[in-house]
Ligand binder design. Sequence first.
Ligand SMILES: C[S@@+](CC[C@H](N)C(=O)[O-])C[C@H]1O[C@@H](n2cnc3c(N)ncnc32)[C@H](O)[C@@H]1O
Length: 270
Amino acid sequence: MEATRGDSTELQTDRPHPARVYDYWLGGKDNFAADREQGDRMLKINPFISDSVRANRAFLRRVVGRLVQETGIRQFLDIGSGLPTQDNVHLVAQRIAPETRVVYVDNDPIVLAHGRALLQGASQGRTEVVQGDLRDPDGILGDPQVRGALDFDRPMAVLINAVLHFVGDDEDPAGIVARYRDAVVPGSHMLIAHASWDLHPPESVEAAKREMQNVPFTTRFRSHEEILALFEGLELLDPGLVQICGWHPDGPIPVEHRTTNLFGGLGRVP
Ligand SMILES: C[S@@+](CC[C@H](N)C(=O)[O-])C[C@H]1O[C@@H](n2cnc3c(N)ncnc32)[C@H](O)[C@@H]1O
């Protein structure tokens, strides 16, 4: 990408950022040399990462599609949404129900810059992009743009997809999830997907752990049991917390998607 876009000091283009490394793995163009170098180092250790992130996007599409079709949800708060990529949440949801409102939240300013371009499209007024931090529920839940776009008296879906593994134990991930859960009305849903060593190719776990100690952001992969605990206070829906490729697959699971190291599940607010 061109280094002239946005404020390079704010974007900190000289160091890798999760949104841009993820974009690189997805084959996007919104990344810088530091992101590509970090992405390549991780790919050398675990060559399946790109397939894993593609499996994650497919999982997200399936969850959003089912929520709109089967539960009547028409509002989404997607936190740690990442850079706009193919078949974003608003595209999937609004294709089925054009009136659906979607708010994307991310802490990377580059996502906000892209969001502005996104908002110039036909979905203006129904799709918002807000800069915010998952670890600051009060900030996100009290944000005027968020409150203006979403009706907190009606059910919504809160998507926390592949982002809680950037939250350390000392930052109270369960408490953070609970704040969002308690802010929405019964009948709302919460999606959590989370990276886990339990699913990582065993031969590269140690090398990946060593590499992740050097990245300039927190990474804390969790066990199935630890991720399950994040669903406390929610009714975990069928098929439970599973490797994401196995969550209501559309058909035969692509072999390469079976390499994903993410567990995911959908909970309903009782
Ligand atoms: C691995 S990507 C996942 C993107 C998308 N949710 C998906 O599943 O395809 C993680 C995203 O979370 C964002 N992120 C990381 N920490 C965050 C935080 N504390 N608050 C908000 N966003 C965060 C990153 O900038 C990145 O865009």
